[in-house]
Design a binder for this molecule. Structure first.
Ligand code: URA
Length: 433
């Protein structure tokens, strides 16, 4: 078999056979197929797509390109969730302790932020002392003991995706549903959980800019999961503005803690209660959506979910006094109020634009090597639908950068106004199962 023939076949819009996909994944992972041929195939897939069989074969080949995690020594059903990436998305920090406090096991491998989107690992590491590098047996022990662990992905898990994603990032081949679906699902399936809930974001700050594309991606991933015998469901959620009020690492941890104390923003609570209810159904803890919502709400109001976050932080080497009293978190040198130069109803807070501004203030990386400032970011004072007068406060910026003034216009311009009242979209648009 020759790689060039596989590339030409896909260029001509033909269906690739399982053996051809396996040949590519194996050769690319072990280095016998060079980057230029892999990127050429990725581009052909971007233009001509893949059918169900091809996507499922690609996912399976990638899944077995390295180690897989065996969670069978953890008792009970193991649940997992994954977000396709958003701005202000601290869901795992709230949802994880919530479902674990209901007695469900979450053994989760998370990622780091890149570009305008944040990552759970960077947020966790902004809690003093917390480590995300936990040895495999300790990881299993922790989940058996306290029901939850949030750790980094080991290098040996889906090495094909590691190489391919890095290549796609620099060859304009990220935005392809077959490539995104196989990339996400191979990692989720290799992580060993029994159930997967996918939070597929759509809108200005997401990979999927519109609902139709998000639905197609969600359906594709649910089909892959189901075909490999994992209960996979997806929610389609709005990313036309950041989730909650805080963007930036320790700022988001503070918001997650406040949410678990019952003082969270409406959209974040709504997302966590509904997603949590679906995860409880997947774990067979409850038999209806309503029952799940009630159980989640009860753990939120009793403080048990907050206690679970404290247990998680302590188990991973951190100090839970920060969770109990968030005023102890380190703060940026500059905390500056930003005021509106317009009047009207906010119709969008462009998540890509404000996410990029937060990144430039120190909250994110523009290259993998950049070091994150855990205190930097933006805290919104207004959300979509709110009326704002001229000179009213829109948000605060938190930064240690002395030249922060050059980023203020970018922050202000991410707020889009309308003269007339604006309808507010529900955070969860649809459930795909
Ligand atoms: N996240 C992933 O893990 N892979 C993609 O291709 C896109 C988002």
């Amino acid at each position: 078999m020759r790689m060039v023939d596989i590339i030409i076949k896909k260029k001509e819009g033909k269906k690739l056979l399982k053996e051809e996909i396996n040949f590519f994944v194996k050769g690319f992972t072990n280095g016998t197929i060079p980057d230029y041929q892999a990127s050429s195939l990725a581009m052909a897939i971007c233009f001509n797509g893949m059918d169900k069989d091809e996507i499922s074969n690609l996912t399976e080949a990638m899944l077995y390109s390295g180690d897989t995690i065996d969670l069978s020594s953890i008792n009970g059903i193991k649940v997992d969730k994954h977000s396709t990436g958003g701005v202000g998305d601290k869901t795992s920090l709230v949802l994880g302790p919530l479902v674990a406090s209901c007695g469900v096991k979450l053994a989760k491998m998370s990622g780091r932020g890149l570009g305008h989107t944040g990552g759970t690992l960077d947020k966790l590491e902004s809690i003093p002392g917390v480590s995300i590098n936990i040895e495999r047996t300790q990881f299993i022990k922790q989940v058996n003991e306290i029901g939850i662990a949030l750790v980094g992905q080991t290098g040996s898990l889906v090495p094909c995706d590691k190489k391919l994603y890095a290549l796609r990032d620099v060859t304009g081949t990220v935005d392809s549903i077959p490539l995104i679906a196989s990339s996400i699902m191979s990692k989720k399936l290799a992580s060993g959980s029994d159930t997967i809930l996918l939070d597929v974001k759509f809108g200005s700050g997401a990979f999927m800019k519109n609902l139709d594309d998000a639905r197609e991606l969600a359906k594709t991933m649910v089909e892959i999961g189901d075909s490999l015998k994992r209960d996979t469901r997806a929610i389609l959620t709005d990313m036309d503005q950041p989730l909650g009020m805080a963007i930036g690492n320790n700022l988001e941890v503070i918001e997650a803690c406040e949410t678990l104390k019952g003082k969270g923003p409406k959209d974040l609570i709504e997302l966590c209660v509904n997603a949590g209810s679906i995860m409880l159904m997947q774990a067979k803890k409850v038999s209806s959506y309503q029952e799940g919502k009630e159980l989640i709400q009860s753990k939120l109001s009793s403080g048990e979910a907050l206690e679970k976050l404290c247990q998680l932080v302590k188990a991973q080497g951190g100090d839970d006094k920060y969770i109990k009293d968030t005023s102890l978190f380190e703060k940026s040198k500059y905390i500056i109020n930003i005021y509106s130069n317009k009047e009207g109803y906010i119709k969008e807070i462009n998540a890509l634009e404000i996410g990029e501004a937060a990144m430039k203030l120190g909250a994110g990386r523009s290259t993998k090597e950049d070091i994150i400032d855990p205190t930097a970011g933006i805290v919104l004072s207004k959300k979509v639908g709110d009326f704002v007068s001229k000179e009213e406060k829109l948000c605060e910026i938190h930064t240690n950068k002395d030249d922060y003034k050059v980023y203020i216009d970018e922050v202000i311009e991410s707020f889009k106004f309308s003269d007339t009242k604006v309808d507010i979209n529900p955070i969860i648009h649809e459930i795909v199962e």
